[in-house]
Design a protein around this ligand. Sequence first.
Ligand SMILES: Cc1cc2nc3c(=O)[nH]c(=O)nc-3n(C[C@H](O)[C@H](O)[C@H](O)COP(=O)(O)O)c2cc1C
Length: 383
Amino acid sequence: MSQLKVNYAGVELKSPIIVASCGLTETVERVKKAEKFGAGAVVVKTKFEEPMMAKSPTPRFNVISRGFGNDSSLSFYTIEQGAEADIDGYCEEIVKMKEQTDIAIIGSVGGVHDETWVEWSKKVEKAGADILELNLSCPHSNLVIGKASEITETIDHVTRLVKKHVSLPVIAKLTPQMNSPLATAKIIEAAGGDGLCAFSRFLGLDLDIETQQPVMHGGYAGHGGAWSLNYALNWISRMYPEITIPISGCGGITNWQDVIKYFLVGANNVQISALIYLRGYEAIATLNKGIRGYMDNHGYANIADFRGNVVPKIKTLEQFHREQVVVARIDEGKCKACGACERSCIYFAVNKGASYGINNKCAGCGLCQYVCPFKAIEMVSKI
Ligand SMILES: Cc1cc2nc3c(=O)[nH]c(=O)nc-3n(C[C@H](O)[C@H](O)[C@H](O)COP(=O)(O)O)c2cc1C
């Protein structure tokens, strides 16, 4: 029988699904809902030191779908700021979450001054949080904007500072807007961090071309979406063999298959936000069911049985096969001679006719099979 539980920085989670820090986790009522649908933990909405970060503008949510028809990608574009309560109210809510739920509660703070990082971290610990996440990653924060080359130093400093003053596990949450997430992961480990979360989101901008104004609240906003998964998989696959502290994978999860991908590159657990905003807390139950189904099908008792399995199989640039092994083949029965493959073929390998054919200029790139609307093209062995 498969088990979903994982040990995250010394804390046992009943499920590896953590509701990421955001409005979904700001109050005890919302956290109870996350528990009801099977979350293993929540990261409470961040309490920021900067006073303006306690009030969000309206409206603050936008869903942008852009691209090529069926090949569009979703971006969740938002300007939700930090927790509204003051630090004492924030900690009172953590006390209630601990009293009224049976899941792990992860506090999240974002300071400016050293004294605040220390004082607030101690308060969150005193309130009973199981883990503390350091928000060194908010896309709107002055710690992050334009600081790609300095942020690692800040993460190092804050992690060391906070670790000196609290004894609960301390996790550093990373922005994707930095020079080297791998080097930073090693620095967090050396600084005594008990884990890291990779990643928060990027800062973006969208425009209305008729009014010639930034959309929504009139400024920049955080954005993430399905597309951000691959960025995180890349970096986590590089961190996993190089550090021993656990990695919480975050960004772009839309279904249970995405969660499995995070585990296969080495994540201990995953954090999710956009999916739950857009599909409800119910999505957590669907994810747990999907993970369990995958584990049962593959005969895995624990997530540790397959964590990181893909990492040793990732080829380096030097190791790629470079001789051409496949060519395209068109199924004449399915081809409607629409011309999509010919328009996309930069090798002039498509012969036109009542149905199309592939000539010997085919370079085996594989693009035509994706652009064909009739699924009439497959790649076959050249030999
Ligand atoms: C509306 C919204 C508010 C967020 N607020 C916070 C926050 O207060 N603190 C934080 O660390 N991350 C915050 N995040 C980032 C999420 O915790 C998460 O890292 C990010 O959304 C990527 O996950 P996703 O692709 O599943 O949404 C927020 C994200 C969204 C969408």
